[in-house]
Design a protein around this ligand. Structure first.
Ligand code: SF4
Ligand code: SF4
Length: 78
């Protein structure tokens, strides 16, 4: 089944590699994290609720929200 979902997009060129990253701290679903301190955060889409809190918390507008069509599994994950 396909549904429209909202997903965050990390604009790596705008990311200032803040430490700590307010967007990671704002994510209540623990869907945003860093693989490396020298890299922008990444999103684990399976945990993301599309709430947009991460985008709102970034002082450099390095995270935007995008609506995409995705196949949604029976348990609600995209
Ligand atoms: S707050 Fe924004 S600019 Fe700073 S590390 Fe997080 S995503 Fe990058
Ligand atoms: S949209 Fe919400 S759930 Fe998804 S990564 Fe951002 S803060 Fe976390």
């Amino acid at each position: 089944m396909f549904e429209k979902i909202t997903v965050p997009r990390i604009l790596a060129g705008r990311c200032r590699l803040c430490s700590p990253c307010p967007s990671i701290e704002a994510c209540r679903s623990k869907a945003l994290f860093r693989l490396d301190e020298d890299e922008p955060p990444v999103v684990e889409q399976a945990y993301c609720q599309g709430c947009g809190d991460c985008a709102g918390a970034c002082p450099y507008s390095a995270i935007t929200l995008k609506t995409v069509k995705a196949e949604v599994l029976r348990d609600g994950r995209a």
